[in-house]
Structure formats: C-alpha cells, structure tokens
Ligand binder design. Structure first.
Ligand SMILES: [Mg+2]
Length: 265
C-alpha cells in the first residue's frame, strides 16, 4: 500500500538516470508520461548522476537525443558536489585530478588549478582514461600527505553487456597501495544530499530521491526527512531488497507505477 500522505507532500523528485529513466541508451517507454504527470500535478523534477566520467553537457545532450529537453540547472552531477565543497573548504587550492577530460574541464571551469607537480590535494574520479602513470603520481602525492577525495563511490558502472570498474574500485586500488581511504562525494554522501537541497531550494520533507540502487540512490536519504523511492527497473532484485539493511520509504515497479500513484492522489 502506498503511503499517499508521504507522496502528497513531495514537490521535487530528484531522479537517478540509468536503471530509472533509461537503460543504457534506451529510454523507458513510460518516462515521458511520468515527467508529464509530475508537471501536471504542479510538481517538478531534476536529474542527478554519480557518473564523474562525464559532465553536465554530455548528459543534457543524451537527454535531448531521447527527446527530453531540460534547463541545464536541472542536471545535477557528482562533479558539482565536490567542486562546491572544495570552493568552501579548500578555496584556492590546486588539485591533481585522476579523471577524464570532461571532469578536468569541469575543474578548470570552476577555477581550480590543475597541478601534477606539487598539488594541495588529490581527486579521484571515474577515470575511463586511467593510466599507470596517473595512479603512480596520485599514490606518491597521497603518501606525501596530500588529502585525497573521491568524486563518487560506485564500485561498478553498468554498460551494455555488463559492468566496468568505477571510481570506488579505483579508490580501493589507491587505498591498497597507500593505506589511505578517501572521502567520497556523490550519492550517498551527505554532501550530495546538501547539494540537492541547496540547488532545488527545497525543504527536506518536500524532496524525494528516486533511483534503482540501494547503496547510493536510497542510502543518500537515510537519516533525513527526504523521501527515498526505489524503482525495480534497474539493478535491485526483490531478493536484494529483502536482505538489505538500507530500506526505501516507498517502492514501485518503475516510474509508471509512481506516475499512477501521483494520478491517484
Ligand atoms: Mg541507476
């Protein structure tokens, strides 16, 4: 049974992408109707991805290609979470960034100086252009005492035909070498939740995070008044949900089920 009073108070849905609104490059057939239903009910949506191998422009383009046109500020990404935090907590500091060209560009556009000689801190991203030399440098800087931060904690990223190692796995390799565990920023960190609230202007009880993964999309809302909504259209199986210590506030088969619940309010 859906807790309709919990759903009724939601003004903003923060949607995960892969497994939630599409699978790979295939938009789910119900996603556009869901977005229209949210709009028609006087509510709003934005999108959040942990994938730090890409940037906002790449995701806006992907969505446009699927016929979904959104304002750029509605596309949130873990890159922005760590950049906002660095601005406040490490202003003016230089970074050695283990990352793809789009992540490096995000750092440069935010005014962060990139430094591979004597950086103030080390950033680990989901680097699909990772090389042994980048790992060696990062580990050297960390052993010399530079603080290290991870953009997103995901172990793997789903791709067509399986998974590829994500930022969490790169950070695990770095930890094995240096003994230092980095602090992570994307979902499920508190930094990500604070970022979502700040960028939507919502109170916690007005916001819902929607996603298919328990340890990121659902865990991000734990211990807050933000509502977590699990959709079973991605990686979570009923057995995984039954065994998980992380439990969502609401569960739907997919966004079509959530759209039906909104129409029934
Ligand atoms: Mg997902």
């Amino acid at each position: 049974m859906v807790d309709s009073s919990r759903l009724a108070r939601i003004k903003m849905f923060v949607l995960d992408m892969d497994g939630t609104i599409y699978l790979g490059n295939q938009l789910f057939p119900f996603t556009k109707d869901f977005l229209e239903t949210v709009r028609a009910s006087g509510r709003d949506c934005c999108f959040f991805t942990n994938n730090s191998s890409k940037n906002r422009e790449a995701y806006l383009q992907k969505l446009r290609g699927m016929g979904i046109d959104i304002e750029p500020e509605k596309m949130l990404i873990s890159n922005g979470v760590i950049l906002d935090w660095l601005k406040i907590h490490h202003p003016g500091e230089s970074c050695y960034v283990v990352g793809t060209p789009p992540l490096l560009r995000d750092f440069q556009s935010a005014g962060v100086q990139l430094d591979d000689k004597d950086p103030d801190c080390v950033i680990l991203g989901f680097d699909t252009t990772l090389t042994y030399e980048k790992l060696r440098l990062a580990c050297d800087f960390i052993r010399a005492g530079k603080p290290v931060f991870g953009v997103n904690p995901d172990w793997n990223c789903p791709v067509e035909g399986g998974f590829i190692p994500d930022c969490g796995s790169i950070a695990a390799l770095v930890k094995a070498s240096t003994g230092v565990q980095c602090e992570f920023f994307g979902k499920p960190s508190r930094h990500a939740l604070d970022y979502m609230l700040a960028h939507t202007g919502c109170a916690p009880q007005e916001m819902a995070v929607v996603g298919d993964r328990l340890y990121t999309d659902i865990a991000v809302a734990a211990g807050s008044e933000v509502t977590s909504i699990l959709v079973m259209s991605g990686e979570t199986t009923p057995a995984m949900l039954a065994e998980s210590p992380i439990q969502p506030d609401l569960v739907f088969e997919d966004l079509a089920g959530l759209a039906d619940a909104l129409k029934a309010l």
